[in-house]
Design a protein around this ligand. Structure first.
Ligand code: GLY
Ligand code: MN
Ligand code: MN
Length: 474
């Protein structure tokens, strides 16, 4: 038998008769009458703002290509956040690999969205191409439908290379699409970095439509937490109970939204001291706490980011309550500092002062003042107490420091406030009875004209409320 070259796929060969049969006798496509999406007007405004930043320059923003998991299997596709924000396209109906090009024009820029058209039934790619063929991945809407839904002119992706060759130099959002990166040689990396920063900064202030999407993400997330809390009694002592927690939350995320906005952290007992515990292979024990950090991403690609630390039994032990109370008071101080006009760093500083003073009171720190000065208090809390939240869980990360980390809070900013204490089980500086306790409380908050609104207020946070809530679910 001939030893054929392995192709990385197990598909059967296509006979000439099958190929002939497959390209005949299909009903003509009947595109639905498309309505303009509500996001379209917002995306147009965002493109206009980007256009103003870079007059006369071509801007290229790819949605990105699928990332291979192994051989012919890819990770689930999600378009680049900047692309999705500037187009309103989630790629659900258009498929992967689109590219937004903003061509300079007399009035600013003209937007063209290059995307793969539907597979024509006369072209056998529709059943042979397992990555893009519609028999494999489902239908893509016609370009005219995308134009109507998004209000952006569309062109076939095959025309992109020629379009990029013509005309002058361009700024490119790098690292998303290797073909685009290769087609437009880097002139000065700083020019491309400025484009990435500008796209991130456009997302700092959320508009009313985005705030509604984020609220929806938070509401779905609250339902996920409630499902987990209700399931907890049945998960005690099960092998890999943390995975059951993850599965319970992720089922809600996938059923009600696009999925989770980041890998769910289900950390019981001392696993809660690992800041990003996603292994989730531990057992839930009566008397321990479960730290659940999870967020639902909406179909429009906005995510929540919420953490609750729950007593598995439904009741905090006095020691757990001691740690929880300190984190709670730190979070209260942090939330009180989220106000328009305050510096972004202020809420973190306020929360950390409460943590350090509490640790001094417990005798863990000799002097809160000294520990705050030297940074040594961070041994017990380490990570920063919050970040911008939006389409990315750590949203706007490419924004310039002057606009974000060293900037000032403005109405429409959405951020997390998430102080924690992570008292490592092997930390000899701690009294033995505190070792192995980890608590984080994380909420999502929007800055308003006059203060701030807690978007995740629907989920109990105060320890007594948590006990009452869990008791009611049991
Ligand atoms: N879940 C990641 C974070 O809280 O930042
Ligand atoms: Mn967070
Ligand atoms: Mn989180």
């Amino acid at each position: 038998m001939e030893d054929r070259l392995a192709t990385g796929s197990h598909d059967l060969p296509v006979s000439a008769a099958l190929a002939a049969s497959m390209t005949r006798d299909w009903a003509p496509p009947r595109p639905p009458a498309p309505a303009r999406l509500p996001v379209a007007a917002h995306a147009a405004r965002r493109r206009a703002a980007l256009s103003e930043r870079f007059p006369g320059e071509r801007l290229v923003l790819p949605a990105g290509t699928p990332k291979a998991r192994s051989n012919d299997c890819d990770y689930r596709y999600r378009p680049h956040t900047a692309y999705a924000h500037l187009t309103g396209d989630t790629a659900a109906d258009t498929g992967p690999g689109a590219v937004l090009v903003l061509e300079p024009s007399a009035s600013g820029h003209d937007a063209v969205l290059y995307r793969r058209p539907p597979s024509a039934r006369g072209d056998d790619g529709f059943f042979r191409d397992r990555r893009d063929g519609e028999f494999w991945v489902g239908p893509r809407e016609p370009l005219a439908v995308t134009e109507s839904r998004l209000g952006i002119d569309c062109a076939p992706r095959g025309d992109l290379a020629g379009a990029l060759r013509a005309g002058g130099p361009a700024r490119v959002l790098r690292g998303a699409d290797p073909d685009v990166d290769a087609a437009v040689p880097v002139k000065d990396p700083e020019l491309d970095r400025e484009l990435a920063a500008a796209a991130a900064e456009l997302r700092l202030v959320k508009d009313a439509w985005e705030l509604a999407e984020l609220q929806s993400a938070v509401d779905h997330t609250s339902r996920g937490f409630t499902e987990v809390a209700a399931a907890l009694p049945g998960l005690v002592a099960r092998p890999r109970g943390e995975r059951w927690v993850e599965g319970t939350f992720d089922r809600v995320a996938r059923a009600e939204g696009n999925g989770t906005g980041y890998d769910t952290i289900a950390a019981s007992g001392a696993h809660a001291c690992v800041l990003h515990w996603t292994r989730n292979d531990g057992v839930l024990r009566m008397g321990d706490m479960l730290l659940l950090d999870a967020g639902v991403e909406t179909d429009t690609l906005y995510t929540a980011d919420v953490t609750r630390t729950l007593p598995v039994s439904g009741w905090f032990t006095p020691r757990q309550r001691q740690v929880y109370d300190l984190v709670y008071h730190a979070q209260e101080a942090g939330l009180a500092a989220v106000r328009p006009g305050r510096s972004f760093r202020e809420f973190h500083i306020a929360a950390m002062r409460v943590i350090a003073e509490g640790l001094e009171e417990w005798g863990v720190l000799r002097s809160a003042e000294e520990a705050l000065e030297s940074g040594t208090y961070r041994r017990y809390t380490l990570c920063s107490s919050g970040h911008m939240l939006g389409m990315d869980v750590h949203d706007c990360a490419k924004a310039r420091a002057s606009q974000y980390l060293d900037g000032v809070l403005r109405p429409g900013h959405v951020l997390t406030v998430e102080p924690g204490l992570y008292l490592q089980p092997d930390d000899l500086t701690l009294p033995p009875e505190l070792r192995g306790i980890g608590v984080r409380i994380e909420d999502d908050v929007v800055v308003t004209e006059t203060g701030a609104r807690l978007m995740s207020a629907g989920l109990p946070r105060h320890p007594a409320e948590i006990e009452a809530w869990m008791g009611g679910l049991a």
